[in-house]
Design a protein around this ligand. Structure first.
Ligand SMILES: NC(=O)c1ccc[n+]([C@@H]2O[C@H](COP(=O)([O-])OP(=O)(O)OC[C@H]3O[C@@H](n4cnc5c(N)ncnc54)[C@H](O)[C@@H]3O)[C@@H](O)[C@H]2O)c1
Length: 387
């Protein structure tokens, strides 16, 4: 399978499933998103869930029981699981952002393939350490960007890659919510010592991936970034939401970020993302090229949906024309299913990761550089270390 996923075909993927070869899977971190992972695995005839781990005592056991796999073994950390489960083929890492790197590196060192939830991790240094472990292990590590498998997101990439827009020189992307600081099951997203990064790690990384994947992930060169947290640190915000006002004291991350990023190829990326703001949207995504531009109506970022038909603006024989690209209704299995299936097929067939670290490294570096630039209040130059 090509790593850009343009030729991803779920029917074909399913037809190729070899049920005689079961993949033994463990789940590390059994919180909210782990439920989405296990539900997909349980639909796969070639998967056996053998273990779950969570640092909260009893949580992994209760999770496995809830999904009817109480025969699987439960552990109180990724280390316990990976030291004891010597026959594991793969793990899903569903921990909060802070522990992505340590869990991924340990799994790779144990010779286990990894499906790692997004964001890849929280710093550039961690991303490099993960990639070094991946290289040394020879195992694959795929990052959990499920919108990549959405037909509308695939269409965005097809349009750009078709050349109809010509050379791309300017991109505006991002998005966000008027009120949407995520605290449905507690505060792991908003604590500095668990989430570490806020809106950027939760939804900003998706908007970055949508456009960077479409244009082929050029290297980022410089970043001027800004972050703030005016909403999350205000007790009134949580009071109105019917949540404990104490969440404002716990709030240790950004709820808004903006950046101006220079990319290789003389492309500039204008970016903003909000968990909360006094505004309905930060705008549509636009990709401007020398022959045409694409407007992608404001998206939810994480689920691959688009806010309406896309429009290509171009010129034909001296006339300005607009081409409407209808929204594609996805009638196949959902994006979460497809992301897990794509990962498993890559594991079984010894192929490249569907969402490879070589691309997502740049996503992570941009995020990290936004924080560095915001702290220094000046532009930062990006140096990409050797892996
Ligand atoms: N792809 C998506 O659409 C999507 C959606 C939501 C969340 N996420 C990502 O998934 C991750 C988890 O989010 P969540 O909402 O499930 O968080 P959560 O807080 O509900 O769950 C995380 C769990 O990991 C456990 N944990 C942390 N470190 C561990 C370790 N070393 N070993 C074992 N368990 C450990 C915690 O105790 C907790 O139970 C985040 O990085 C988030 O960005 C992705």
């Amino acid at each position: 399978m090509s790593k850009d996923m343009l030729d991803f075909n779920i029917e074909q993927q399913e037809a190729e499933i070899d049920v005689s070869r079961k993949i033994k899977v463990g789940i590390i971190g059994t919180g909210w998103i782990a439920e989405a992972h296990i539900m997909q695995y349980l639909e796969m005839p070639d998967v056996e869930i053998v273990a779950g781990a969570d640092i909260v005592p009893g949580k992994a056991e209760a999770f496995l029981k809830k999904f009817g796999v109480d025969s699987a073994r439960s552990y109180q950390s990724h280390i316990d699981m990976l030291d004891n489960e010597t026959e594991l083929d793969a793990v899903s890492i569903c921990t909060y952002n802070k522990t992505h790197a340590e869990c991924a590196i340990y799994a790779l060192e144990k010779g286990v393939h990894v499906l790692l939830e997004k964001p890849m991790c929280v710093t550039t240094e961690e991303a490099i350490a993960i990639m070094k472990a991946e290289k040394k292990s020879g195992k694959i590590l795929s990052i959990g960007f499920q919108p990549r498998l959405d037909p509308n997101m695939i269409k965005v990439k097809e349009i750009v890659q078709s050349g109809i827009l010509g050379d791309i020189y300017y991109i505006q992307t991002g998005g966000g919510r008027r009120r949407g600081i995520p605290t449905p099951f507690g505060t792991s997203f908003i604590h500095k010592d668990t989430g570490v990064i806020g809106a950027m790690g939760d939804i900003g990384c998706y908007s970055l991936d949508m456009v960077l994947n479409a244009i082929g992930y050029p290297k980022p060169l410089t970043v001027t970034g800004y972050t703030s947290n005016f909403f999350g640190t205000n007790p009134e915000y949580f009071k109105v939401e019917g949540k404990p006002e104490k969440y404002a004291e716990d709030f240790g991350v950004e709820d808004f970020a903006a950046a101006f990023v220079r990319l290789e190829g003389d492309i500039v990326l204008d970016f903003r993302i909000a968990w909360a703001m006094h505004l309905d949207t930060t705008g549509d995504t636009i990709i401007m090229g020398k022959k045409g531009s694409l407007r992608i109506p404001s998206t939810e970022c994480w689920n691959g949906s688009i806010g309406g038909p896309m429009i290509i603006y171009s010129e034909v024989a001296g006339s300005m024309v607009e081409t409407k690209i209808p929204v594609i209704e996805d009638t196949s299995k959902g994006n979460f299913y497809k992301k897990v299936r794509a990962f498993l097929n890559a594991v079984k067939n010894g192929e490249e990761a569907p969402v490879p670290t070589t691309q997502i490294l740049y996503n992570q570096i941009i995020i990290d550089s936004i924080f560095k630039s915001a702290a220094k209040k000046e532009e930062v130059k990006i140096e990409i270390p050797e892996i």
